[in-house]
Write a protein that binds this ligand. Structure first.
Ligand code: C5P
Ligand code: MG
Length: 403
C-alpha cells in the first residue's frame, strides 16, 4: 500500500502488521468494528503550523468564558498537560493528576454557567478540525454499517457537534465521553446580571417564581416568560419571594410553556456519569459493557488513538484481530519552538517535585528526550505509529482493503 511508504509511518514489526491486516481482510465488514479516540486522533493536532484545539479548548477559548477564567484554565493546562505527556512518568503516577486537572477545569466551566444554546455557535467559530480524509473514513464505515465507537476523554457535547457540523455523525457512530449536564427543569436565568431561580413543577396547580438574587432585588416576568423591565424592589437578605400564580392563562401558561420548551436555555450544572479522563479508558464498565455486548461478532478491531491511555479502549472486548494505530504528535509544538524559551522550562518546572526527577535536565534536552523516548514506547505498544500525520490516509487505505 503506497500510504505505508509515507515518512510519517513507523512500524516495529511489519510482518505482524501484515498478518493482522490479512485477518481483518478475511473477516470483512461483518466482523469489523472501529474503536477510536477523538482529540488529536480524529481531530487535528495542528493546521498550518498552528495548534488546533481539543474539545475542552473550544470552550476554554470561547467568548462566553471570562478572560480571568480562561487564564486559570490555561494555567491548569500548562501544568497538567506536561504531566499527561511526560514519558518519564508512569500511567499510575499520572492518574491522580489527571483527576485533579479534570476536577478543577470542569468546576471552572460550571462556574462560568455556560449555556447549551451557545454550543453550535462556539464550535462553528472554533478552529477544531477533523483530520484530512475524514469524509472517506466515516462515509465508508457508514456505507458498510461498521460500528464506530468514539471513546473520548474530551467533551461529548463538543465532539458530537463537531462531527455533526462536518456532516459525518451517522447512525453507526456511538459516542462515549464527558457530557455536560444542563439544567432544564429549573431554569437558571442570568438576566441583567442578576441570578434568579424559577422552579416550576410540571403539572403543578400553580407555578412559583422565587427570586433570591445576590443583590437582594426581586424581579418579575412579563407575559412571554421573560424578565420585564419593571421596577426592582429590594428585599431583605433573608426574605424569600414566593407566590402562586393564577393557572388560568397569562403568565402561568407562559411559565408552564417554558417548562416544556424552556425559553431560557439550559445552563451547565455539572457533568453526567463517571468522569472519563485520559488514563481511565478501561473503566466506565457499565456503559462500555452495554455497548460491546451487542458486538460480540465484531471481533476484528481497528483501534485509533494518540495517547498511551487509548491502548486500553478495547480491553474486555472480544478480539480475534486487533490493529492499533497511534498518532504521535509533534511535541515541539506543544510548548514552543524556541529551545531556550522559559515557557518550556516553566512547564517542566511545574511538575510536582516528588515526580520531577528530570528537573535538572535542561528544558530543550528534556523535550528532545521526550520525543525520542515516546516514539520508541509508541512503537512498542502501537502496531503502526504515525508521527505528525494530520491525515486518516493510512486508516483509509486499510479500510479500503477490508471493505
Ligand atoms: O478525545 P481524547 O480522549 O483525546 O480527549 C482528551 C484530551 O483532552 C486530552 O489529550 C487532554 O489533553 C485534553 N484536555 C484538555 N483540557 C482539559 C482536560 C483534557 O484539553 N481540561
Ligand atoms: Mg486524544
Amino acid at each position: 500500500m503506497p500510504e505505508f511508504q509515507k515518512k510519517t509511518v513507523h512500524i516495529k514489526d511489519p510482518a505482524k502488521v501484515e498478518e493482522i491486516i490479512c485477518g481483518l481482510i478475511k473477516g470483512g465488514a461483518a466482523k469489523l468494528q472501529v474503536i477510536t479516540d477523538f482529540d488529536m486522533t480524529l481531530s487535528r493536532f495542528s493546521h498550518n503550523g498552528k495548534r488546533c484545539p481539543t474539545c475542552h479548548n473550544v470552550i476554554d477559548n470561547c467568548k462566553y468564558v471570562s478572560d480571568e477564567c480562561r487564564k486559570k484554565l490555561h494555567e491548569l493546562k500548562e501544568k497538567y498537560y506536561a504531566i499527561e505527556i511526560a514519558p518519564e512518568l508512569t500511567i499510575q503516577e499520572k492518574y491522580p493528576y489527571m483527576i485533579e486537572w479534570y476536577t478543577k477545569s470542569h468546576a471552572l466551566l460550571i462556574e462560568q454557567r455556560f449555556q447549551q444554546d451557545k454550543l453550535e455557535e462556539v464550535i462553528r467559530d472554533s478552529d477544531i478540525m477533523l483530520k484530512e480524509g475524514y469524509e472517506t473514513f466515516f462515509d465508508k464505515l457508514n456505507e458498510h454499517t461498521v460500528p464506530v465507537f468514539i471513546f473520548s476523554a474530551g467533551l461529548g457535547d463538543v465532539l458530537e457537534e463537531a462531527i455533526r457540523q462536518s456532516g459525518v455523525y451517522y447512525p453507526n457512530v456511538k459516542v462515549i465521553s464527558n457530557f455536560m449536564d444542563f439544567d432544564e427543569n429549573v431554569d437558571l436565568a442570568i438576566l441583567g446580571g442578576y441570578l434568579f431561580v424559577q422552579s416550576i413543577e410540571k403539572g403543578a396547580k400553580h407555578a412559583c417564581a422565587g427570586a433570591v438574587a445576590e443583590d437582594q432585588k426581586r424581579m418579575s416576568w412579563n407575559e412571554d416568560g421573560r424578565r420585564c423591565s419593571g421596577p426592582e424592589t429590594p428585599i431583605q437578605p433573608d426574605q424569600q419571594w414566593d407566590r402562586p400564580w393564577d393557572t388560568s392563562g397569562g403568565l402561568s401558561a407562559a411559565l408552564q410553556n417554558a417548562v416544556d420548551k424552556p425559553l431560557i436555555p439550559g445552563v451547565i450544572k455539572g457533568f453526567k456519569g463517571e468522569l472519563i479522563h485520559v488514563y481511565n479508558k478501561h473503566g466506565d464498565a457499565l456503559r462500555r459493557t452495554e455497548y460491546f455486548s451487542h458486538l460480540k461478532e465484531n471481533s476484528n478491531i481497528v483501534l485509533l488513538g494518540d495517547s498511551l491511555g487509548d491502548l486500553v479502549m478495547a480491553d474486555g472486548v472480544s478480539v480475534e484481530n486487533i490493529l492499533k494505530i497511534g498518532f504521535l504528535n509533534d511535541k515541539d509544538l506543544e510548548i514552543d519552538s524556541d529551545p531556550t524559551s522559559t515557557s518550556k522550562t516553566d512547564s517542566l518546572n511545574k511538575f510536582p517535585t516528588d515526580l520531577n526527577g528530570q528537573s535538572a535536565i535542561r528544558a530543550h534536552d528534556a523535550v528532545v528526550f521526550q520525543i525520542d523516548e515516546s516514539l520508541e514506547k509508541y512503537m512498542d505498544l502501537y502496531d503502526i505509529v504515525l508521527v505528525k500525520d494530520e491525515t486518516l490516509d493510512v486508516a483509509n487505505s486499510i479500510l479500503q482493503k477490508i471493505l
